[in-house]
Every structure is written in C-alpha cells, then in structure tokens.
Ligand binder design. Structure first.
Ligand code: PSU
Ligand code: MN
Length: 305
C-alpha cells in the first residue's frame, strides 16, 4: 500500500520500523529548536519531548537537515548538534534543495516538516505555532499556509504565532479549505494566550473525535492538510494584554532595525522573552510539550481507526 520513500529522504531506523509495523508516528518540527528557543532549553525540551512521546506509545520523528541530508527521525547526537550549533539555517520548503546541496545543518519550519513527513508516509506532526499572514501591508504570508492547503498532514499546534494577523490567517485557511479543529475549545488559541475571540471551524473534545474528523476530512479532501489547535496549558499561559503590549514594542523595534522576511519570527520571539521576564519562554516550552503529547495521543487513535 505504501510507496517507497524518495531517494533524497533519510529515515532513521526506529522511524522506518515503526512505519513498517503500522505503529503510531508523529513528526516534530525543528525550527523551534534551532531558532525559536534559547540554548540549552531547546535541547532539554527536544530530548524530553521525544522521551515522553515514546512513553505514550508513539514514535517521534524529528525532521531536520543534517549535513545536507533531509532527515525524518534523528539520532541522539544529531539532535544535540542541531540544538547547539552556531551555524544552522531556518529551512522552509523552498530552502530544502539549497541547504541540502550546501551540506548544511537546518531546522525545518512547519511547511518543510509537513512536506518531509508526508514524503516519508507520516500523517501527523506537532509544533508550537504555525506561521500565517503577518500584520500590516507587507504581503508576508508564511509558506506554512500554502503547505496546509496542499499536503495531507494534520498539524497539532497552539494556534498561530500571536505576532500575526490572526483574523486574516483564519480567512486564508478558510479560502484554502483547511479545517481548523479546536481540541477542547471552540476558539482559535493565540499561542501564548488561550483565547483570541476568533472561532475555529470545528471543535472536538477527545483524541478519538479528532482522529475521526481528520480521517473523514481526508476521505473527502485527500490532498489537504488540517490544523488541530490545543490551547497553551492554563498554568503557563500569558494574558493577551501582556502579550499585546510587549508585541507592540517588539514590532516597532524590528521595523527600526530593518528586520524582515524569515528573520522576523526569531527576533520577535527573543524580544518577547526579555520583555515579559521569561513568561513567554515558559509558555512556549509548556505548549510545545503539551502539543507533542496530545499529538501522540492523536497518532495512537489514527492508527486504531
Ligand atoms: N512559532 C514559534 N517559533 C518558531 C516558529 C513558530 O514559536 O520558531 C517557526 C515555525 O517553524 C514556523 C515558522 O513554521 O516559524 C514560520 O516562519 P515564517 O513566518 O518565516 O514562514
Ligand atoms: Mn514569512
């Protein structure tokens, strides 16, 4: 039933055997490790998430580019190199070939992670927050949205990054036919904050219900992704007011410093941590872990169906 993976893709042995046995597998995004979190918290989290996902009966498959090899599933030493390297690229879908030919190290965005996961036969991935439509009239729309429109992978996230224009991001997803499924909520979560005041397109209250909905979506739209939104855990979430104030300041600073394109997200995230005395970092770590664990439950249910 499964087709052979493409020659450019390196699949780790544990991931390969889990796939061959039809066991649950979840792909994990890695730009958050390379560009979204400070060291060494990034490595600690990445390791912890892999261990916990495994203990939930699901095989983790961190996606990254290692010395030019596009990889699904990393060895422990590769994860450490990726997290601690000073020279590491942010790899979106357009960058895969370039970084691969350079033989470089790279952390993959949601778009690139989805594409690689799908190429290897993995249907599910977890991340912190997806990219989307940026604020203002820059015309900056993340490749994550285009990938969701054309690649049948379900992405477990805490919504879109709060630095984005959330209403326009949701409009874009609606236009592209991508379901936005709230798990335990009917509001689109705003990453560090649990609420945004904006509705999801569907709501489920269990892993089983989420799996059923995703499966049904793929019967009807077999080429389209889906978003599964899980709010940041209550004890780590930050109030929208605090985020908005810090964000306004960070956005002004970014504009003054002339920061644009794919450098915006890492810059803003770093400034938010400083401006909120670490509250956004604690929220980011908590939601990443939570999304991976909920994702693992979902992977188990998807296999069961
Ligand atoms: N959210 C975070 N940290 C991150 C990202 C999102 O808290 O590092 C990354 C994800 O990899 C996402 C990417 O796919 O930012 C989107 O970047 P861009 O807007 O340049 O497409
Ligand atoms: Mn962008």
């Amino acid at each position: 039933m499964r087709v052979d993976p493409p020659v450019w893709l390196r699949i780790s042995d544990p991931v390969r055997s889990a796939l061959a046995l039809g066991r649950p597998v979840i792909a994990l995004e890695s730009t958050v490790i390379t560009h979204g979190l400070p060291r060494p918290a990034n490595l600690e989290l990445a390791r912890r998430v892999e261990v916990e996902v495994l203990s939930h009966g699901c095989q983790p498959a961190t996606v990254a580019v290692i010395d030019g090899q596009i990889s699904l599933g990393l060895a422990a030493d590769e994860l450490e190199r990726l997290a601690m390297a000073s020279e590491v690229e942010k790899v979106s879908r357009r960058d895969l070939a370039t970084v691969s030919l350079k033989g470089a190290l790279g952390g993959t965005t949601v778009a690139a992670t989805m594409f690689v996961a799908h190429s290897g036969g993995v249907q599910l991935m977890a991340t912190g927050g997806i990219g989307g439509v940026h604020r203002g009239a820059t015309g900056d729309v993340s490749a994550d949205l285009h990938e969701l429109a054309q690649t049948p992978v379900a992405v477990v996230c805490a919504g879109a990054k709060s630095i984005l224009d959330l209403p326009r991001t949701l409009e874009w997803l609606e236009t592209a036919g991508v379901p936005v499924i709230g798990w335990g909520t009917d509001e689109f979560p705003a990453f560090f904050s649990r609420t945004s005041g904006l509705p999801t397109s569907a709501s489920v209250s269990s892993a089983e219900a989420a799996a059923r909905l995703i499966q049904s979506h793929w019967r009807i739209s077999p080429k389209c992704g889906a978003l599964v939104c899980v709010p940041c855990p209550e004890n780590a979430a930050v109030s929208p007011d605090v985020i908005e104030a810090a964000l306004d300041q960070a956005l002004v600073e970014a504009e003054k410093a002339g920061i644009t394109g794919n450098a915006i997200t890492p810059f803003i995230l770093g400034r938010l941590v400083e401006l909120t005395d670490g509250a956004t970092l604690r929220a980011n770590l908590a939601l990443l872990r939570n999304n991976a664990l909920r994702g693992a439950e979902l992977a188990v249910e998807l296999v069961r169906l």
